[in-house]
Design a protein around this ligand. Structure first.
Ligand SMILES: C[C@](O)(CO)[C@H](O)COP(=O)(O)OP(=O)(O)OC[C@H]1O[C@@H](n2ccc(N)nc2=O)[C@H](O)[C@@H]1O
Ligand SMILES: Nc1ncnc2c1ncn2[C@@H]1O[C@H](COP(=O)(O)OP(=O)(O)OP(=O)(O)O)[C@@H](O)[C@H]1O
Length: 282
């Protein structure tokens, strides 16, 4: 049995540069991971089938599950006739902007590479990952990186400065496709990616806080005003900085000091939101 951890990602920056001919958007993103994980257990079976099980009833377990897709692609690519059973213990909220599904797919690729001793390079894993979703190559890498193209071109950078990360997700989910379809490229705000890269390179917590930015925030805020309210609340109650992750709706806040973290959590309505206090990983 192989065990793989699949961490959630957050976007320190997300800049939408423009719309591409293939319908995707050209992005510039600084991404990192936090210690909120799904846990995957993977084992081989003799019968040539992919069996997915999970602790969450609402998740698909057929070919719509991104882990299923990952297993299918790797089996096809390497002509593997064995079957596999994958149990996903899910902790990352779904459709949250935290790349939960992408991270499960990435963990499946890493796990099957180990199970079947395929010795795949990052490039080989990443090529298969990109066929599943734009965030999967970053999730295969799993640390801190600059992601460009539609998100699938990964350049590793130093780990982001350590701090507490408070993730706040409203009860509803948001479709990434829906948010991108409402993007008007000419009216977007653009974060300063270079300043964020410098902040990470210099381990400069204050500058990292100052340069957080996400072009998709206003697009999501306009359709889901509650997401904007979460960000305002977090800033009002003492977060050093706050930003929506990915296409939302999760908003994360940074705090450096532990006592401030507890105060911030206590100020939030626990019935209205899913709240996680985690550490920066990457
Ligand atoms: C918003 C982010 O979470 C930022 O990290 C990611 O870019 C989304 O990555 P993902 O969920 O793996 O996205 P995909 O499954 O590849 O794409 C979902 C949908 O989002 C839109 N999409 C996604 C990525 C991109 N660079 N441009 C897009 O326009 C497309 O409409 C696509 O059909
Ligand atoms: N293993 C999986 N975990 C979570 N969702 C999955 C999985 N496989 C397929 N899905 C489907 O994918 C959709 C969104 O999943 P996910 O949680 O990855 O979104 P997200 O957090 O917005 O990701 P991203 O930040 O990459 O856009 C859901 O509709 C869900 O049913």
């Amino acid at each position: 049995m192989i065990h793989e951890k699949a961490p959630a990602k957050i976007n320190l920056t997300l800049d939408v540069i423009g719309k591409r001919e293939d319908g995707y958007h050209e992005l510039n993103m600084v991404m990192t991971t936090v210690d909120l994980y799904d846990r995957l257990s993977i084992s081989e079976t003799d019968e040539d089938r992919i069996i997915i099980t999970t602790n969450r009833r609402y998740l698909p377990v057929d070919n719509k599950n991104l882990s299923y897709k990952a297993a299918k692609l790797i089996k096809e690519q390497y002509g593997i006739k064995k079957g596999v059973r994958i149990h996903i213990n899910k902790n990352i909220p779904v459709a949250a902007g935290l790349a939960g599904g992408s991270s499960d797919a990435a963990a499946t690729l890493r796990g099957l590479d180990r199970l079947w001793k395929l010795n795949m390079s990052f490039e080989e894993l990443s090529e298969i990952g990109a066929r599943i979703g734009s965030d999967v190559p970053f999730c295969i890498y799993g640390k801190t990186a600059l992601a460009t193209g539609r998100g699938e071109i990964i350049k590793p950078i130093k780990p982001a400065p350590k701090c507490w990360v408070i993730l706040v997700k409203p009860k509803f989910g948001v479709s990434t496709k829906h948010i991108f379809s409402n993007v008007e490229v000419n009216s977007l705000k653009h974060p300063d990616t270079k300043a964020m890269l410098d902040a990470v390179l210099n381990g400069d917590y204050k500058s990292m806080c100052k340069n957080l930015g996400n072009s998709l925030e206003d697009v999501t805020f306009k359709r889901y005003p509650d997401v904007k309210k979460i960000k305002e609340k977090l800033l009002k109650y003492g977060a050093d900085a706050a930003l929506m992750s990915g296409s939302g709706p999760t908003v994360f806040a940074f705090v450096y000091r532990e006592n401030k973290k507890n105060r911030l959590i206590n100020s939030l309505d626990q019935d209205k939101y899913q709240i996680f206090a985690v550490r920066m990983l990457g």
